[in-house]
Each structure stands twice: as structure tokens, then as C-alpha cells.
Design a protein around this ligand. Structure first.
Ligand code: HEM
Length: 254
């Protein structure tokens, strides 16, 4: 690894590119601030953490969203109608369309409520003795937050197991996923909240909009798609999602 490479700039954005910024930042740290690790180890571990945290979480969220939409064709039609109104059929979806797609945003929130990508968040450990909500938590206690359970709590959510994106346009309109409303925390909350949450929301919304705008999806049989989850750090589907796909735009748009 060439830690002496110049700080490259992405000219389209006039900002340093991530890898160059990381190399330059870590190189400037004095050794004792790297907790005994080398510069290369810090850079490699940071990249691995970001890849690991970013890839499965976004793909499972998209897969669950698609499965929910195919099992709920009226919701899918409504989302496609919204795309029809704001984008039409003569061009592809663009990033600038995203703010108009409020129903799609509600679909994504409802998907993350029902199938949070990290159902038990990540383990946290207390570094000091402390008292939280009246409970004494000794130093070194490991804590897992059961996000899945909170998202299905019948005291908070009516019909907690139903896919109802409309709730986020009506009764629960004010609730967002940014860690401020503790009833919906797919990205966690507080100082260790997911650092990719804004990026994740942008790409999940953009990809889902693009695929349901560009294609029609159907089940392979008349039975609903099996929505069994598999236990693990990331909330994968138990089985693959197999769908029939057909284009819905004019050929020149693809
Ligand atoms: C739908 C997509 C995603 C979901 C649902 C999600 C969810 C989460 C959750 C629940 C945590 C643990 C928060 C906590 O410890 O309290 C987390 C941590 C993290 N996420 Fe995400 N994530 C997503 C996408 C991404 C992306 C795209 C990136 C990077 C570009 C990313 C980077 C990270 C990192 C680095 C951490 C560790 C933060 C820390 O410990 O300080 N995530 N994420």
C-alpha cells in the first residue's frame, strides 16, 4: 500500500476521495494514537468494516421490499402510479426525483420496520459502571438491542405484522428512521448509530424506484411468497427470492 500517494480530488464534487482522505488522515496520526495498530491495519480494517456493514444490509432491505411488494400488488401498483406521475415512462428515474416519491419512502420505512437489516443491532459494551433507566449496568456488560421486537410491539404499532406503508403518511407520519424516534430504529440510535444511514436511504430508495419503474414483477405461483427470516446478525431471507420479471418501459429507455 502506498501511503505516500497524493490526496486525490474527485473533480466533479471538489472533495477528496475516500481512500486518499483515509490514507492521509491515518498517516498524520502519531503512533500511540493508533492503539498499537499499524497504519495499514487501520486502513484495511476501516475499509472491511464499511464493506461488511454496507453490502448485506442494503441488499437484504431491497430484497425484503421487493418480496413485500410482490405479495401486496395493490401497494406495488400505487408505487408505480406515483412513479408514473412524477417520472413518466419516457425516461429513467433520477436522483432528483427522490424527494417527490413520498409513497416509496413510506414503503422503505415500512420494510425496515418489518424486516430490520440488523435485527439485534450490533453488540455494545459498557466501559464504565452506569445506571440506565433505573437499572445498574456494571462495566463490561454486553448489550444487544432487540430492534426487531421494538418494531413489532403491538403497543406502538397497530397490526404490527401487516405491511401498511400508509401508516407513515397518516398516523405515524412524524416518525423517521434517523434515531430520533425510538420506536423505529433500523439504523440504531445515539453515538454509534449507523454511519451510512443517509447513504443507505438514498441508494435503497433510488434502486427500488429504478427497478419497480423499469420492470413488472410477478410470483412464480399463486401462493404468496414465503417470508421466513433466517436468524443471524443480518436479517436474510430463509430462501431465495425467485420472481418473473418483465420490462414496462419503451425499449429506448433501457
Ligand atoms: C439499509 C441499510 C443499513 C442498515 C439497516 C444499517 C443498520 C445498522 C445498524 C443497526 C448498525 C448498528 C448501530 C448500533 O451499534 O447501534 C449499523 C452500524 C454501522 N453501519 Fe450500517 N446499516 C445500513 C447500511 C450501511 C451502509 C451503506 C454503510 C456504509 C456505507 C454502513 C456503515 C455502518 C458502520 C461503519 C457501522 C458501525 C458504526 C459504529 O459502530 O460506530 N451501514 N448499521
Amino acid at each position: 500500500m502506498n501511503s505516500a500517494s497524493p490526496l486525490q480530488v474527485d473533480e466533479s464534487r471538489d472533495q477528496p476521495v475516500f481512500m486518499a482522505a483515509l490514507l492521509s488522515r491515518v498517516k498524520d496520526e502519531v503512533e500511540e494514537e493508533l492503539y498499537g495498530f499499524t497504519t495499514d491495519e487501520i486502513v484495511k480494517a476501516t475499509c472491511l468494516a464499511i464493506f461488511a456493514a454496507a453490502t448485506d444490509t442494503t441488499t437484504v432491505t431491497l430484497t425484503w421490499a421487493l418480496a413485500l411488494l410482490v405479495n401486496n400488488p395493490l401497494v406495488l401498483r400505487k408505487a408505480q402510479q406515483e412513479l408514473e406521475n412524477h417520472v413518466g415512462r419516457d425516461r429513467k428515474v433520477e436522483q432528483s426525483d427522490m424527494s417527490n416519491l413520498v409513497y416509496l419512502q413510506a414503503i422503505i420505512k415500512e420494510t425496515m420496520r418489518l424486516y430490520p437489516a440488523g435485527p439485534l443491532s450490533l453488540p455494545h459494551e459498557s466501559t464504565e459502571d452506569c445506571i440506565v433507566g433505573g437499572y445498574t449496568v456494571p462495566k463490561g456488560t454486553r448489550l444487544l438491542v432487540n430492534i426487531w421486537k421494538i418494531h413489532h410491539d403491538p403497543q406502538i404499532w397497530t397490526d404490527p405484522f401487516e405491511f401498511q406503508p400508509e401508516r407513515f403518511l397518516t398516523s405515524q407520519k412524524e416518525i423517521d428512521v434517523k434515531g430520533r424516534h425510538f420506536e423505529l430504529i433500523p439504523f440504531g440510535s445515539g453515538r454509534r448509530i449507523c454511519l451510512g444511514s443517509s447513504f443507505a436511504l438514498e441508494i435503497v430508495q433510488f434502486i427500488l424506484a429504478s427497478i419497480i419503474h423499469g420492470f413488472d414483477f410477478q410470483k412464480q405461483s399463486t401462493k404468496p411468497i414465503d417470508m421466513t427470516e433466517s436468524p443471524g446478525l443480518v436479517n436474510h431471507r430463509a430462501g431465495p427470492l425467485e420472481l418473473l420479471v418483465a420490462p414496462r418501459l419503451l425499449p429506448h429507455v433501457y
